[in-house]
Design a protein around this ligand. Sequence first.
Ligand SMILES: [Zn+2]
Length: 397
Amino acid sequence: MAPVADFEQMWRDLAPVGRSASSGGYFRQPFTAAERELDAWFVEQCRARDLEVERDRFGNTVAWWRPTGATGPAVLTGSHLDSVLDGGAYDGPLGVASALAAVDLLRERGHRPARPVGVGVFVEEEGSRFGLACLGSRLATGATDWEHARTLRDRDGVALEEALADVPRGEADLLAGVGCFVELHVEQGRDLVDRDAAVGVASAIWPHGRYRFDFTGEANHAGTTRMEDRRDPMLTYAMTVLAAEEQARATGQRATFGRVDVRPNGTNAVPSAVTAWLDARAETPEHLGAMLADVERRAQDRARHDGTGLTVTAESVSGAVHFDPDLARRLASPHGWPVIPTMAGHDAGVLSARGVPTAMLFVRNPTGVSHSPDEHAGTADCLAGVVALADTLERLT
Ligand SMILES: [Zn+2]
């Protein structure tokens, strides 16, 4: 059996797994060799701690610390081990390694939990392989139904059901006895840097929408077509990007065009069509709706000017998630931790939306960058996170 590793040793063990030698980023897509190596590492660490490992049929795992006499609703912590393509080291694994280290710290303190404590790992949190973010927690909570999910395919045409065939699974309903969930996560912004705090508590997740913009025009020769004779959807698209940026800045919200498809995509052709995706996030559903309406109005005005067409389709819109305010206050106030909102989605958001009282702890990220090799957290801050999580679990159990 492997020895129990401390946080820093765990972090050294994880560092090379799925790391690209050229970019320094991580490729830990669900059910690939790198992610399975992390899964095996997790199980080994749990067994070294005498935690009882349970699986569900979707590949999610919870390791239980259930000392004799621990009864009642369990306190679940943990996060995910998968990454986006070329992601950072901290998004996900920090919450898992910190959870194991927090269990060690509580044992060192001689704390005997009165309620079971679970350390969980949810699969495919990033949606980087099957396109649906928080897939593992959605399946575990029933927010997404298996009949729909089993047919989701990755870029190579492999269905989720096929990818899961070789994955160790069980029959457990991992959330059945769970009374609350606490997820520790690296911060994906600079709020804690600005507030000079190593640790913070999440108040809410902002509403989030993904919208497809289809711009249509007329393909033509880039040399012979006079400028005034063109119906160029690229111009309408370009102006729409600027309008979204201007509107988001003016109102303190977020708007990003990060993906675009151009047809025919030729250097010497006026395009016939441009499809682009707007990722928009805002403080409230009303702010989100108002921002989209403004961007769309300005895009339509420009389309009339350009002689192009535009249709906008909402591909997914998720409402705000408000974490349990009592829990957030109880965790934050004794330590003076700031309570801050986040603009990123998490498994904690899925559990919260399904009625599980949920809290999130954030650990400061000096670059503020995430989903990139530049994502970072200093060792001292990571250790402060472990103590914060242990204090939280001690108070809740
Ligand atoms: Zn994450």
